[in-house]
Design a protein. Structure first.
Length: 300
């Protein structure tokens, strides 16, 4: 008797800005899910298509293609987190959202900035093909950054979650969390810089968030709480262990301890090393082919 094979539907969207999902990726695996994380975009033959697809989606040049992710039933962290609402519209009603609140946003932002600066400079030197260019674009856009403009903030606050809405969350989020350099298309740059300075000055005087990326992360988390229906949302914090997560997902609590906190920055370095190694092997192959052609020409 023939069996029909149906694609796996997404059951969990885990929203965190930690590369590769931090501790939530192994946690979801322990609970029986097959999560898609940043590393998934470069594994099992995905490297030639997935980075390009995410890059185009971030740039609003293509639609979300669920057929690329039929083997996964969960998304964890970047790159999916920044376009979660686009994905959620295509999910069944039983799909749940886990928002992982970053407790120390200032520390996260400072460490991320310190790591990403050198990495982006390194990737810029290796942009020799479409995949490496897409990887660099992913790095630049896969997490929140900068300070939103007044207009974009108001637009975000007016927007409410609607599965049938024709608004692109990629558009909404990128407008709401654009950096001064990215959002600095001539007409907006002055306003962004001015408001960014005002917000930073206010935060410094209040003794609270100072890094624009940390401020953007806080606003991202608040927007998720506003956009996602409460019945589908769990706000999770590291240190809470298995209980709230398992209760929300209706899973038994594992005997294993909850995975330790992982900032995920090492994953970015590993991915860049893989790209550079692939490019090196490609150059070696080209040299070998060139030598072979030369030998054949001499033989003739």
């Amino acid at each position: 008797m023939l069996r029909r094979s149906f694609p796996i539907r997404v059951r969990v969207l885990c929203l965190t800005m930690l590369p590769d999902g931090g501790a939530l990726t192994p946690a979801l695996r322990e609970l029986g899910y097959t999560p898609y994380s940043l590393q998934s975009s470069f594994q099992k033959g995905n490297a030639s298509t997935h980075p390009v697809a995410w890059s185009l989606l971030f740039d609003r040049k293509t639609a979300y293609d669920k057929n690329l992710f039929t083997k996964f039933d969960a998304f964890v962290g970047p790159p999916a987190a920044m376009v979660y609402n686009v994905i959620l519209r295509d999910c069944p009603e039983y799909t749940k959202v886990v928002l992982v609140e970053e407790v120390d946003k200032e520390k996260w932002a400072n460490e991320y900035d310190a790591y990403m600066g050198p990495l982006l400079r390194a990737t810029k030197r290796t942009q020799r093909n479409k995949v490496s260019q897409a990887f660099t674009n992913m790095l630049k856009q896969m997490v929140v950054s900068g300070v939103p403009t007044s207009e974009s903030t108001a637009k975000m606050e007016r927007y409410s979650y609607n599965k049938k809405s024709n608004l692109s969350s990629s558009t909404d989020l990128h407008k709401a969390f654009a950096t001064a350099e990215k959002g600095g298309r001539a007409s907006a740059r002055g306003e962004v810089a001015k408001e960014g300075a005002e917000v930073e000055a206010k935060e410094q005087s209040d003794g609270e968030l100072k890094n624009p990326r940390a401020i953007a992360l806080e606003r991202f988390e608040e927007s998720v709480k506003m956009l996602v229906p409460p019945s589908r949302l769990l706000v999770y914090r590291y240190g809470e262990g298995w209980e709230p997560l398992c209760q929300f997902l209706e899973k038994a609590v594992p005997d294993e301890p909850f995975p330790p906190y992982d900032d995920g920055l090492h994953v970015l370095g590993n991915l860049q090393e893989r790209i550079e190694r692939a490019q090196f092997l490609m150059r070696v192959c080209m040299v070998l082919v060139s030598c072979l052609v030369s030998l054949q020409a001499v033989a003739v």
